[in-house]
Design a binder for this molecule. Sequence first.
Ligand code: PLP
Length: 424
Amino acid sequence: MTTPALWSAQAHMPSVIGRQINVVSAEGAYLTTDTGARLFDGTASLWYANIGHGREEMAQVAYEQMKTLEVYHVFGRYTNNRAIELSEKLVSIAPIDDAKVILNSGGSDSIDAALKLARRYWNHVGRTDKKVIVSREGSYHGLHAYGTSIAGLDFNREGYGTDSLVAGTERVGMHDAAAFAATIERLGAESIAAYIAEPVMGTGGVHPPQEGYFEEIQRLCRENDILFIADEVITGFGRTGEMFASSRYKLQPDIIVFAKGVTSGYGALGGTLVAPRVWHPFFEQGADSPIYRHGTTYSGHPVTAALALKNLEILEREGLVARSAELERVLARELKAIESHDFVTSTRVGGFLGGIELSSDVSAEFVTDQAIEQGFITRPLRGNTVQISPPFITTDQEVRDLVGAVRRVLDAAKAKASKATATA
Ligand code: PLP
């Protein structure tokens, strides 16, 4: 049997060959596949197609920018207007006062930039032992070497030997601030550089923060001189009904990592927003200011920056962040209603992203496959949980239809299980 040239490296290839879904076009909240199937994008691709697919003005802005300046790098003395404008725009909407922006190509890139920066900062100010990064069990911070090393999803760290790819990582329980306090006690505050968390944990199963959790974490960070990093790769740019989840959950991060929603996926762009405490030594110490020495070929790429600017303009012009907050309420109602199903153990909502956790009677993979058969894309997450996170242009009815499709799948699974019990 011939196998495809394209290695989808997040797939178990023997299982997907012959049943891959080849998306050929997309418009609004709908995809069309090469078999002509029309699918509702119930996950907004990987949580980011927020303004919806196929926007003419996004194509136009990329075309215009490519004609004017397709690319020039931002190493050393070079810069470009779109990178400057985007950074100014991001600073104006950031929940960090007087932030600086480092632009990269995506989320994993920006995680690397943030975590290296935390260590570089402490090293520069003479606290050279502050190197450990503390993350949460269940967390997902991308899959570059640093993201892999701090991963709270164990399967992402498997297969590289017993050491982390990058040394100096610790994990603590998802809602367990006391575990963080114990880790500080055990390792000593002088060895910990930063704590990092997704405000609403995404891939780990859609877990919004528990009351008081981040308050306590931030108190511990402040008291122990530990940088607090918010990974807003999923939550940034409206997913939780505010531009940033840090505002919603009253977080005061030293560094925010963003990607995905900054362009709604139209361009491969991510970055870090950095608070004055951290950027200050790199800007304000004259000859003693160090160079951070972090950049990639596509940092500050003018086409992706232009796409981000247009995406932010669309979010504001169409009131899509407020719409996301409304959609959260619709989703919350629908998920509350499905909670009584025998095969559902719990549901969670933290913005316009929801998780339906299933009992062991049925798997999230099965439910996802069946929902796709009915024309609705969902995705299985850790903890037998089904992901729901459509674009912000979704109608109330489409949210009801999506959850309705999941319910039909669960009803059918239950009817089948009951029949099997009856005939046994
Ligand atoms: N951080 C979080 C919270 C994510 O969900 C992701 C991707 O899903 C990443 C980081 C990595 O981003 P990317 O896939 O753009 O490298």
